[in-house]
Ligand binder design. Structure first.
Ligand SMILES: Cc1cc2nc3c(=O)[nH]c(=O)nc-3n(C[C@H](O)[C@H](O)[C@H](O)COP(=O)(O)OP(=O)(O)OC[C@H]3O[C@@H](n4cnc5c(N)ncnc54)[C@H](O)[C@@H]3O)c2cc1C
Length: 409
């Protein structure tokens, strides 16, 4: 008899989700993680100064908030609370103006002026049937669609290279930059087929579920998953790096929440040769780096929309954005790189920011995410609460609980 029904390697959001699903089905599950805590690239920690909680990887989670799987989990009971910024997204245009996405599609269209009607024609069919769209795009690429017209409409535009799509649909720098900045989340050249899918999905999500972040940072999401998993009887072992499957306890199934070459290293000898060759050929995408800043004050953006937005895309405004981002991932860095600066400072706050209490200080960096609460003095002057007065993100059922039904090593 095997030691477990399943062993899951890697406690990122995908490994955690797989572990939860199996445990929900009544399987005995061991989740093994090499780091000293769960979360993978969805973790939060004080990496600059005490009281400044930064997201180490992911920060803004429209697709997690929209996830049909997450909707079936009682994550709120385990400390997860979504914060909706006043505006999901802003993109400064370099002259004191900014293009902005509002939750409301109509308000965004109004804001985009001459491009409003085209923006609405592009997004309304997707936003209006958001649930059906998610169900379609989350299926394997080859499947029998239940909403074929919707999928075809989405697919045709998704395959269109972003520079072509934005140039053919929009006349203004604002609408072009707003959409291209979101498409660039694909981390591939904007001219690559399929990159526009990111723009379409992220904007349709913005007009339905918003671009929220977990109160307390991304770690609150993964800690809620871990806490629920443990309540289902699941076992978590951290600080345990797996180099070969032979080192694992016996199990009916082993799931590897890892990247292709990591899978090859850990399980290569047990894989079918053809599959192993495909993993070996896998090419990783462009590298990114981020800098976390601890700031004393909010960034004094010239455009008011940037002060209200949870995410600010900083990069070549105007029509030059698509052209510059057409470089291959291996090309030398552009002189004015595109960067993403989710302002998750408010994630340490108990209430979402409002127009009168703008999100706290944030940071810009080439392809960077940063989040920073204000130290007490400036926090007060900005109407923000200092970190010490707010609930700590670490205080989750999972973090508090001593070993319970499993091992926290
Ligand atoms: C800088 C950055 C910013 C991002 N921003 C966003 C965002 O704003 N919104 C968003 O939705 N997504 C964002 N993402 C993407 C998101 O973080 C990932 O899609 C997500 O974390 C992938 O989850 P995963 O479980 O597949 O892998 P990971 O999160 O990478 O987790 C894999 C886990 O496996 C563990 N592991 C690896 N090898 C072994 C081994 N041999 N033995 C044991 N354990 C092992 C790792 O330590 C890690 O914990 C961002 C990513 C990065 C890097």
């Amino acid at each position: 008899m095997p030691d477990y029904d399943a062993v899951v390697v890697g406690a990122g959001p995908n490994g955690l989700s797989a572990a939860v699903e199996l445990a929900r089905a009544g399987w005995s599950v061991l989740l093994v993680e090499q780091a000293d805590t769960v979360g993978g690239a969805a973790r939060s920690a004080e990496v600059t100064r005490p009281g400044f909680v930064h997201d180490l990887g992911s920060a803004i989670h429209p697709l997690a908030a929209a996830s049909p799987f997450f909707r079936t989990l009682p994550l709120e009971e385990y400390g997860l609370s979504w914060v909706q910024p006043d505006l999901p997204l802003a993109h400064p245009l370099g002259d004191g103006r900014a293009a902005a996405m509002h939750r409301s599609l109509d308000r965004t269209a109004e804001h985009l002026g001459p491009d409003g009607a085209a923006y609405k024609r592009l997004l309304a069919p997707l936003a209006n049937r958001w649930r059906s769209l998610m169900e379609e795009v989350l299926q394997p690429v080859v499947h029998l669609p239940s909403a074929p017209l919707l999928l075809a409409r989405f697919g045709l535009r998704a395959l269109c290279p972003t520079p072509h799509l934005t140039r053919s649909l929009f006349r203004t720098d604002g609408a072009r930059a707003l959409f291209a900045g979101s498409a660039a989340h694909a981390a591939r050249p904007l001219s690559a087929p399929g990159v526009s899918a990111f723009g379409l999905l992220l904007h349709a999500a913005g007009h339905t579920v918003g671009w929220p972040f977990p109160e307390g940072g991304a770690g609150a999401l993964t800690h809620a998953l871990a806490a629920y998993f443990q309540d289902l009887g699941g076992e978590i072992q951290t600080n345990r790096r797996v180099d070969t499957l032979d080192a694992l306890p016996s199990a009916r199934a082993v799931l590897l929440g890892l990247t292709p070459r990591q899978i090859l290293r850990v399980a290569g000898s047990r894989l079918a040769p053809r599959y192993a060759r495909r993993l070996a050929r896998y090419r990783y995408g462009a590298a990114a780096f981020k800098i976390d800043y601890a700031l004393s004050d909010p960034i004094p953006w010239a455009a008011p929309a940037c002060r209200r937005a949870g995410t600010v895309h900083v990069g070549a405004p105007s029509t030059r954005l698509p052209r510059r981002s057409r470089r291959s991932p291996t090309a030398t860095s552009p002189t004015a790189p595109l960067s993403w600066s989710p302002s998750t400072a408010a994630s340490i706050l108990p209430a979402p920011p409002t127009a009168s209490t703008p999100p706290g200080p944030t940071a810009t960096s080439p392809t960077g995410h940063a989040s920073t609460p204000s130290p007490p003095s400036s926090a007060r002057s900005n109407g923000l609460r200092p970190a010490s007065e707010t609930p700590s993100w670490r205080v989750t059922p999972w973090a508090r609980r001593p070993s319970n039904g499993g091992t926290q090593t």
